[in-house]
Design a protein around this ligand. Sequence first.
Ligand SMILES: [Zn+2]
Length: 120
Amino acid sequence: MLVIQPIGGKDDWEALFHEAGHTEHYANTSADLPMEARRLGDMAVTEGWAMLMQHLVTEPAWLNRRLDVPRVEELAHDGAVSLLYFVRRYAASCSTRSSSSRQRASRRCATATPRSSATR
Ligand SMILES: [Zn+2]
């Protein structure tokens, strides 16, 4: 079952297609795999399927071929701006986490290093 809470507009279509990507991924994952391989694997795989489907909603060639949508170029531009926003947001998040991890590791290292070792 695929459920989204509609709010109207392109975001609904992106959410629907994103979740449909997850559905496709899990529906086409072999039932012969062990449970942990089917459900607990690398999340990048299912997110890749989801993003692939989600971005169809702002892909001009796909929109022209499959749907009768007005303002295709406007949708494509909006999709590109939205993608740029999220790439910047996630890059900043990774950068912050990476920086925090380095600071924690540095503190652990400083704490673990005996003060007397500097004088040896
Ligand atoms: Zn997702």
